[in-house]
Ligand binder design. Structure first.
Ligand code: RB5
Length: 143
């Protein structure tokens, strides 16, 4: 699986941590920045990751800002993007199984490293259940 990862200045440190979790599974990770703690605007990175995922069918992404809220609001402006802000493993699992989330959003100022590791592993290890969820997800794109 190929993952596109982006963060703003509040999330860039955690981005490396997240990246290494995926790399430890042998996943491909494409880091689109930011690469230091200089202030940047989260919508710019949400846009880069969202467009990459829409262009690269089957890929997924992770977006990190202070709360994860700005990233999720921004990414969800793109039709075909289903960005889920998760603070716990169960939400991460269900966001994939039921909502076919193709971007996971994390809040570096909200979730600690141990929880983030659990969230990433849970989200990575499950897949869309289809069935009754397929039509619901299709309806999202028609809104
Ligand atoms: C940056 O200070 C902060 O506003 C941003 O990282 C994020 O939390 C916005 O939703």
């Amino acid at each position: 699986m190929r993952y596109y990862i982006g963060a703003d200045h509040a999330g860039y440190e955690i981005k490396d941590f997240v990246k290494n979790i995926f790399l430890s599974y042998g996943d491909e990770v494409i880091d689109v920045g930011t690469f230091d703690d200089k202030r940047v605007d989260y919508p710019d990175f949400a846009k880069i990751v969202s467009k990459k995922i829409l262009d690269d069918i089957g890929s997924q992404g992770v977006l990190i800002c202070g709360t994860g809220i700005g990233m999720s609001i921004s990414a969800n402006r793109f039709q075909g993007i289903r960005a889920a802000l998760c603070h716990d493993s169960l939400s991460a699992i269900l966001s994939k199984q039921h909502n076919d989330a193709n971007i996971l959003c994390l809040g570096s100022r909200v979730s600690g490293k141990a929880m983030i590791e659990q969230i990433i592993k849970s989200w990575r290890d499950c897949s869309f259940e289809q069935g009754r969820h397929t039509n619901r997800v299709k309806k999202i794109d028609k809104l």
